[in-house]
Design a protein around this ligand. Structure first.
Ligand code: KIV
Ligand code: ZN
Length: 504
């Protein structure tokens, strides 16, 4: 084990998926796991196997798809959870079971209703059982940062003796200040020494997740748990890109510490997560926000033109964002398109390139300039997602400020062509009603967002919907088109397809 290497444990697929509205289907999870592997993360927490058959299935598929990163499943300190986790990661080249139990007085008394000594006993039994199923076991003390320090040390010690090789100290509610993290992690590192890797897992409730993760690293932690774009429960988790770029940029503070992250994959990973979850990073988000490398004021622009470093401590190209990249259009040929795919980091088969090229040509016919963002969305839209059981073939949509909107719609369903029409309280409502009539499944719309992918009046519209079908859990669907109404229809149909996929 290299003492200077910081292990990057990515939990976008587990804690990240716990963000309100961020649920992903199995196909999307596999795509994201492969991108995380390309990014160079060391551990992928692929989910919580006991949570649902869908979670189990996704972890199992990720375990066999990924070969370089370690694939991990979360498990409460319960035999049935640990058994499911062990089963789900069985096919992984490198696997890990991550088991946890709460250790703070408030969690033990009100949530677990257990005495501290019972908690230790359960932790030991769980780690031992996990170790019988997998060589690599991580133990987490949930709400560690509000736990009694003496008790924390006792349980960490017991977990190591039971076989844990990583001890994780989460700040589950994002409560501590950096100097408090420094002190707490420093003590734990001193106690554990070389016997296990000390890990941190910071939530962002007070906006301190990144700085607390960095403070923990300086205090001796050698694993950080984080998510792409900082997505996660409530205010989210520590953002992977912020931690990694701080270590890289502030060598004066962190050298010789390093990560194995392939920096140029940061931006593509961020875009993939935003595209799949429909959760865009805020524009001023560090590293990956739309404005992170934009210079607006004249004084700043002048400075940057004279010498980049006057106002830039990092460069957009470092994270794989090429601001001067070539814009494509309808005269761009196959060759230029292929080059563009390579420069954006896509590795597609010849057949996929052909499909993507035809989509690009159709787009370039209706839109003058095709930007990198358009191509990223186009490729993600085409190749990430559920089986296309239903497909939109023809849409006619009419709106009128005096009276109802109407829709006539034709969908392909497997080998059948189905048409119907509907009236609605606005164009989008009429479209969604027509889809419900054709499929015979009633959906209830929980959220609707529309965004221009790039600039200009002719920009591609990306619609993200959250729909509950037949009263079951909400499902996300995305649709892309230069016509916002068509993008809305595609998004709703995509959610319907995911629902049908999950049912089967
Ligand atoms: O925030 C937390 O405490 C967690 C643990 C399960 C690691 O996510
Ligand atoms: Zn967490």
């Amino acid at each position: 084990m290299d003492k200077n290497k910081i292990i990057i444990f990515d939990t976008t697929l587990r804690d990240g998926e716990q963000s309100p509205g961020a649920s992903m289907n199995t196909d999307e999870k596999i795509h994201l796991a492969l991108q995380l592997e390309k990014l160079g993360v060391d551990v992928i927490e692929a989910g919580f196997a006991a949570a649902s058959p869908g979670d189990f299935d996704a972890i199992e598929k990720i375990a066999s798809a990924v070969s370089k990163a370690r694939v991990c499943s979360l498990a409460r300190a319960l035999e049935k959870d640990i058994k499911a986790a062990g089963e789900a990661i069985k096919g992984a080249k490198l696997g890990r079971i991550h088991t946890f139990i709460a250790t703070s007085p408030i969690h033990m008394e009100f949530k677990l209703k257990m005495q501290p000594q019972e908690v230790i006993k359960r932790a030991v039994e769980s780690v031992q059982y996990a170790k019988s199923l997998c060589d690599d076991v991580e133990f987490s003390c949930e709400d560690a940062c509000r736990s009694d320090m003496g008790f924390l040390k006792e349980i960490c010690d017991a977990a190591i003796n039971a076989g844990a090789s990583t001890i994780n100290i989460p700040d589950t509610v994002g409560y501590l200040y950096p100097d408090e993290i420094t002190a707490r992690i420093g003590e734990i590192v001193k106690l554990i020494g070389e016997r296990a890797v000390v890990s941190v897992h910071n939530h962002n409730d007070l906006g301190m997740a990144t700085v607390n993760s960095l403070a923990a690293i300086l205090a001796g932690a050698r694993q950080v748990e984080c998510t792409i774009n900082g997505i996660g429960e409530r205010a989210g988790n520590a953002a992977l890109e912020e931690i990694v770029m701080a270590i890289k940029t502030r060598k004066d503070k962190f050298a010789p510490l390093y990560t194995d992250i392939n920096l140029k994959e940061i931006y593509p990973s961020s875009r993939l997560v935003a595209s799949i979850t429909g959760i865009e990073p805020q524009p001023n988000k560090a590293i990956v926000g739309k404005n992170a490398f934009a210079h607006e004021s004249g004084i700043h622009q002048d400075g940057v033109l004279k010498h980049k470093e006057t106002y830039e401590i990092m460069h957009a190209e470092d994270i794989g964002l090429d601001k001067n990249s070539l814009v494509l259009g309808k005269h761009s040929g196959r060759h230029a398109f292929k080059d563009k795919l390579v420069s954006l980091g896509y590795e597609l088969s010849n057949e996929q390139i052909e499909i993507a090229f035809n989509k690009f040509k159709a787009l370039a016919d209706s839109k003058k300039d095709v930007f990198d963002e358009d191509i990223r969305e186009l490729v993600n839209d085409e190749f990430v997602g559920a089986e296309k059981t239903y497909e939109v073939l023809v849409l006619s949509s009419n709106s009128c400020n005096k009276g109802h909107a109407s829709t006539a719609l034709t969908l392909r369903y497997k080998d059948e062509i189905l048409s119907d029409s509907a009236l609605g309280n606005g164009g989008v409502d009429a479209i969604f009603k027509a889809i419900d009539r054709i499929s015979g499944i009633s959906g209830s719309l929980k959220d609707y967002q529309v965004k221009a992918v790039s600039q200009g009046k002719d920009a591609l519209a990306k619609v993200t919907v959250k729909v509950e079908f037949a009263g079951e859990g909400a499902i996300i669907g995305r649709g892309l088109d230069v016509d916002t109404m068509l993008a809305s229809a595609k998004a709703y149909v995509a959610a319907l397809n995911t629902y049908l996929d999950a049912k089967h």
